[in-house]
Design a protein around this ligand. Structure first.
Ligand code: GRG
Length: 308
């Protein structure tokens, strides 16, 4: 723990070259996604799915999945189809989130949103296509992993994506639109489901593929829930403090639409402090894993240090 002049608590940083680690894995994930989704007939839908899937993005979810598989004694090859699967589900959720009937956004990942380029009908179908393909890809392409572990991962991903996860969080978010006095409990429900659920399965699935013991999965799950909430708090902060060029998507929408966010409840400084505390708590869960957890420690730091 580092105490600054302002007596703020700042999580201790890990001695790890995260930049190199992330860019190596980002390149591997890009190549795997590109190969998984070739441009075939009917080209229009594959073009639309590839447009969003290969538009960059930080690839934090697949990188977490690869990291926990290695931590648990597996290889990146074993986890790559699942890593691609979680990124496909994430990308489809962004496409649908941006639709006029949802957030109605024009920019995502530094380019026009899917429906702006391909039309709403194709954008909905691109999301559907990516969601279905994520499961097909995990089932068919995962190698050297026991079938029961693959099945468990697919079940957990289905749960995280559906009404007990992202879909449920999105529904409550839509219900709260335009409402003043959204409670902290409701805000936490929204983000535990909309944001943390997919981060959680990204983290736990890597370890599940090698049959990690329940205690380890529990610790990883606690780590993921903490970084998941911190991730959303930072997202809310960046919507206020960042620019469209930096984020690659529209900014300032939360304030314009009077949306309940963590900074609207706690203020910016307290939101920052709470995000930092969540990162400290997340890293504490990893202590029993020792050196093996260095990448996950550094990824937790990245979540609050990120500028986009
Ligand atoms: C999953 C079946 C299914 C439907 C989708 C629309 C919807 C239901 C849910 C919305 C989920 C959503 C968009 C949550 C926000 C999560 C979030 C913080 C996204 C930003 O993630 P980053 O910063 O983005 O990792 P990049 O572009 O870097 O990947």
């Amino acid at each position: 723990m580092v105490v600054t002049n302002h007596r703020q608590l700042v999580p201790e940083k890990s001695p790890f070259d995260l930049h190199t680690y992330m860019s190596e894995r980002q390149n591997l994930v890009e190549a795997a996604l590109n190969q998984a989704m070739p441009l075939i007939y009917p080209e229009r839908i594959f073009e639309s799915m590839r447009y969003s899937l290969l538009a960059g993005g930080k690839r934090i979810r697949p990188i977490l999945c690869l990291a926990t598989c290695e931590l648990a004694g597996g290889t990146m090859e074993m986890a790559m189809p699942t890593a691609c699967g979680v990124e496909m589900v994430h990308t489809m959720s962004l496409i649908h989130d941006d639709l006029p009937s949802m957030d109605n956004d024009d920019y995502r990942r530094g380019q026009l949103t899917n429906h702006k380029v391909f039309g709403e009908d194709i954008a909905i179908l691109a999301g559907d296509g990516l969601l279905a393909f994520a499961f097909e890809h995990i089932a068919l392409q995962t190698k050297n992993v026991a079938p029961e572990f693959i099945l468990k991962v697919m079940a957990e991903l289905g749960r995280a994506a559906g009404a007990k996860g992202l879909v449920g969080g999105q529904v409550v978010d839509l219900e709260c639109e335009g409402q003043v006095n959204v409670s902290l409990e409701t805000l936490n429900f929204i983000h535990n489901h909309k944001t943390a659920a997919l981060l959680e399965v990204s983290v736990t699935s890597g370890a599940m593929l090698v049959g990690a013991p329940p205690d380890d999965i529990k610790r990883l799950s606690n780590y993921a829930q903490n970084i998941g909430l911190a991730f959303q708090i930072v997202d809310d902060i960046l919507d206020i403090t960042s620019t469209r060029e930096q984020l690659g998507k529209s900014v300032g929408k939360d304030i314009q639409s009077c949306k309940a966010t963590y900074p609207s409840i706690w203020g910016l400084e307290e939101s920052q402090r709470r995000a930092q505390q969540l990162i400290i708590d997340a890293k504490a869960e990893l202590e029993p894993f020792g050196e093996k957890a260095l990448p996950l420690m550094a990824l937790a730091d990245f979540i609050i240090d990120r500028t986009h």
